[in-house]
Design a protein around this ligand. Sequence first.
Ligand code: F6P
Length: 526
Amino acid sequence: MSNNGFDTIWRAVHKQKEKEAAQGITLKDLFAHEPDRMTRFVKTIDGLYFDASKTALSSAILEGLLDLARSCGIEELREKMVKGEAINTSEDRAVLHMALRLPSSERPEPALNDIYDDIQCTKSQMRQFALDIRSGDITGASGQAFTDIVNIGIGGSDLGPHMVYTALKGQFNGPKLHYLSNIDAHQWTALSKTLNPETTLFLVASKTFTTIETLTNAQTAKDWLIQKLPGGEKAVTHHFVALSTNNKAAQDFGIEQTRIFPFGDYVGGRFSLWSSIGLSLWIGLGPDAMDALFDGAYAMDCHFLKSPIEGNIVVIMALTGLWHASGLNMSALACLPYDQRLDLLSDWLQQLDMESNGKTVKKDGEQVAYPTGPIIFGMPGTNGQHAFYQHLHQSPQITPVEFIGVKNPDHRHKDRHHKVLLANMVAQAQALLNGQDNKDEPYRNFAGNRPSTTLVIDRLDPYHLGLLLALYEHKIFVQGAIWGINSFDQWGVELGKALAKSLLNNDKASENDPSTLALCKLLAIS
Ligand code: F6P
């Protein structure tokens, strides 16, 4: 963690923790000790309600952590990000996903004028392209409108758009979207059986356009089209689009320049659903839905940038997570949406959080002295209740929980279904907090005193989803800034990729360990 009084503050916060522990203060007790707890720890913005009152933060600890955040220069770093300074130091890149959602009525920092103009230009091309696909003005080679759009991408070039589509598809009409990510051809084999080549458009989504999974799937899809389309190779260009920063590689693949939607290297992969990587959503949900998604994210950007840190939902959420992970050594975080449509939220969050903050080395090259980003996992309630909640309630390992609820459903079964769903969510948080004593039957004993936060949005519409996603993005930024790490690179994914290549090429095989050699032989890899 960065210094600047940091160590002194960190020690003081720990002293406070010890003092509270010595007094035997439990999470539940905090409500009695702190009459203003609901005001301090519950924040709302535009139909998003955030409750961190059932967490292991007393008001005194929160005060200390706010000081810690100030000592780490959160406000300055936030400014640097907005101004386009290269805060992604190891790659010497700016971090400008917020510029992607700046409305056209707003101007960015003067230094970013050119970037901003490029962003607006691509956005209007995407809008028009999406409208033309939706109306049938742009068709496949045989003149038929596209019915199916396949986004070929992985990691950030898949998870964000896929998650948003799953969340919102029930509310909007449009061509059907599919997401092809895995190099495992079982995925393609199953998908291709459902597709009509004449009415299918492929979007090759890859920031670098070098990712082996994506390029392999794209080539397989291309071969399939060449084989199936009446016009063969010539017809294929009508069925391919690229979303990439690597114009040359996309062209080399055979995609026409007018079909390449660019973005800048200042957009990290896991933040890229706001860039042209989100094109599938523009087509499948329509530009009006996308405008509302962007408006929601922009509203959260404004809150994050302008609110004082003590009233800032992002900062409070970040400090809560940071305290659980680094202060209390809780190494996991369960993300539990009580809405089936948010099925893929924890997958998206896994990459966003773990690829950003699963790091050991600080920007200054020093090792971090505390655990950093937690292991994220989750699934929608109530399914999770019947899978892993046993561990959440009774394991000696304590896992903080993030409950996410939606107040108003988009179905007609409010009384029979929705109320029960939400009652389950609230009850789980209550059980984690209060526990239940049972001395006679110890296996029925619930220790309680287990932290959770609850986020509720009014409705799962594009606007509120935008608010929620930007909240998570900024939370990760704040935590990374306090830990002093670079949240915007991902060097940890490189070694495995390089070794897979060398196994396939049979490079330096004699240096491989016996277990690796045996597996390569068994699996006929090399
Ligand atoms: O897993 C590493 C990673 O670089 C991610 O950060 C990224 O989202 C993903 O691969 C896909 O990369 P690309 O968009 O360049 O294909």
